[in-house]
Design a protein around this ligand. Sequence first.
Ligand code: ADE
Length: 276
Amino acid sequence: MTATPDDATPSSPSPLVTFELVTLFPDLLDGYLRASLLGKAIGAGIVAVERTNPRDFAPGRHRSVDDTPCGGGPGMVISPVPVVAALEDLTARRGPAHKILLTPRGRLLDQGQVRRLSALPRIALVCGRYEGFDERVASFCDEELSIGDYVLSGGELAAAVVIESIARLLPGVLGCGLSAAEDSFSAGRLEHPQWTRPLEFRGHRVPDILLSGDHAAIARWRRREAYRRTAAVRPDLLSLHPPTEEERVWAEEWARERGGQDQNDALSAQEPRTRP
Ligand code: ADE
């Protein structure tokens, strides 16, 4: 007897995002993907990770995936043949994916890019190794992405960064629905500082305001500290996300305080020094 929809067992819902890792080292991220929130998200079926090894598609007895650079030079270049064959195979098996080539020359990943990517149901992450890819690989991908202005020996760690940063935005991945919205960068500001017990640790006390129970005052203080930290450490974020009215007022207060302090410093510098 053939199964009808009525007697079919309920199948688990499909993942919100499936990542297709295209890597010469398919086991490299296994431990990472098993651990912590990501492991739970994969276990719960919210996120899926598939792996395809271009070496399985490399021609010849030695299944070599790279070759010397045309025109000479050091290192080896990954051939487009096995990489594109791997992309075609995963598409034929599981359907089309948004294809991202991980490379230091790509567009820089930031929280805005992470949000954009988190809306895509299937993402292929193509991880390089050695000197880089044959230029033609890029034309079979939808975009090129870098996780920072430094060079890794391969794209696998970059893939882990992309997977984790997207996964934590998906509903059901973080314990508390609010935490992702309150993260650093979510509003163009670094996260405010946090404390927990003990209230006193080696002479450092938790700020009194956090123990006041005044939720409005605490929220305002946290916004102020987030702004203070952002202005000090990442002023570039302020040009992308201009200061609000309350932030402008705080900045003026700090400038006045600094002005007073600078004057005091100048006066004490003029005072004659006395020998101890
Ligand atoms: N592969 C090597 N370095 C990289 C980087 N910075 N970002 C993405 N992929 C890479």
